[in-house]
Design a binder for this molecule. Structure first.
Ligand SMILES: NC(=O)c1ccc[n+]([C@@H]2O[C@H](COP(=O)([O-])OP(=O)(O)OC[C@H]3O[C@@H](n4cnc5c(N)ncnc54)[C@H](O)[C@@H]3O)[C@@H](O)[C@H]2O)c1
Length: 355
């Protein structure tokens, strides 16, 4: 078991990583006893884990559930309103809880509801994907997509507790698991290498990924990196942006693929595109690119921009990126592993630099 606390703004988040902990929720979170709890989850996670969770909590608390359709398109204002409606009808007060059971979509949506209803309900995250367990459940960013812009509406509202049970990852489809790992690999690239990181990276093979011990170590390392960056830069003005490495091209490719690529797959393509350009300009050792390409390919993650997308289409998408402004676009670049930096380039310069 790994336990730690993260202090962000005026809030403390209790983080626990323990295999099997979701089956003993009240041991880890005794504060849930005697309260009203709204469990928010999605249509894919609900049949797997909702009933067991309700059974545990209903013995000591009043439990309500809200299931939204699985997928990014549920991160929308209509679902925020549906949740508000439930909370109003069931007379929730600020002493009560919202518990997010699911991936980053459910976590972002539920956290936004919790942060705004009566100016703040207690919030618990029970993440069920690699992305959510290693990253999105901590750090306090809440969001919904609006008018086709991802994460346009949001707040900063750290959860009171994040309970990470790596066993929940075993029901993830292989493709989803690999896509989530692309984000962990990204985190390892932007953070100072620890002695155990090389060994951890060497162990990432499709066969080993069925082992909860390895999954626990990977999500714990991802969470440690996220914790550090969120602590230094809670409001996302500088260091926290390093987490966007690979996301500039990644977001453009993801948007052009219109649902055919998972987010992590697009990030895999985006990281490699940026690293290839850095190597071509002798700004990054070739060995870092080679190792990363090998690792991503071994997980069956794509590393090439799909041929049907032209540079012009990618550039047009980039101009609508949240990180873009009139001057150009802010990029996350790497001098080497663990040495990220931010640089703003005009669109013309970026197009040329990318080659
Ligand atoms: N707040 C943050 O700091 C932050 C950081 C990174 C990403 N995000 C957000 O997270 C979202 C992406 O998160 P995600 O990759 O977890 O996607 P997701 O929540 O959409 O989950 C991916 C799919 O996996 C399914 N699923 C979830 N858990 C499962 C399980 N244990 N077994 C089987 N299927 C399961 C879901 O139903 C869904 O179909 C995006 O909206 C992104 O913007 C937020």
């Amino acid at each position: 078991m790994t336990n730690w606390q993260l202090k962000l703004a005026d809030k403390t988040t209790k983080i626990q990583v323990q295999t099997g902990s979701s089956q003993q929720l009240l041991t880890a979170l005794p504060q849930l006893g005697g309260r009203k709890i709204l469990i928010l989850t999605d249509s894919q996670v609900a049949p797997l884990y909702l009933q067991k969770l309700v059974q545990q909590l209903a013995a000591v608390s009043q439990v309500f559930t809200q299931i939204v359709a699985a997928g990014e398109s549920s991160k929308k204002i209509a679902n925020v309103e549906i949740c508000y409606q439930q909370l109003i009808e069931n007379h929730f007060t600020r002493q009560d809880y919202l518990l997010c059971l699911g991936g980053g979509m459910v976590g972002d949506l539920g956290a936004l509801v919790a942060s705004t209803f009566m100016r703040g309900l207690h919030l618990i995250q029970l993440p069920t994907t690699i992305v959510a367990q290693s990253d999105s459940s901590i750090g306090g960013k809440t969001a919904i997509d609006y008018h086709d812009v991802k994460n346009l509406i949001g707040t900063f509202y750290p959860a009171e507790a994040v309970l990470v049970d790596p066993e929940l990852l075993l029901t993830l489809p292989q493709r989803e698991l690999a896509a989530g790992l692309a984000e962990v690999i990204k985190s390892l690239l932007i953070s100072e290498q620890q002695p155990e990181d090389q060994q951890l990276l060497a162990q990432i093979t499709p066969d080993e990924l069925t082992k909860t011990d390895l999954l626990a170590r990977l999500v714990t390392r991802g969470l440690q990196i996220k914790t550090q960056l969120a602590q230094i830069d809670f409001y996302d003005f500088k260091e926290r942006r390093y987490l966007n490495f690979g996301h500039t091209i990644g977001h453009a490719v993801e948007a052009l693929a219109a649902g055919q690529l998972h987010h992590g797959e697009a990030v895999s393509i985006g990281m490699v595109a940026m690293m290839r350009a850095l190597v071509a300009h002798q700004q990054l050792p070739t060995s870092v690119l080679t190792q990363t390409q090998q690792l991503l390919s071994s997980l069956n993650l794509p590393i090439e921009i799909p041929q049907q997308f032209t540079h012009q289409q990618i550039m047009t998408k980039l101009m609508t990126d949240k990180k873009a402004n009139d001057v150009g676009i802010q990029l996350v670049l790497l001098h080497d592993i663990g040495q990220p930096y931010l640089q703003t380039m005009t669109f013309t310069d970026f197009k040329q630099w990318l080659g």
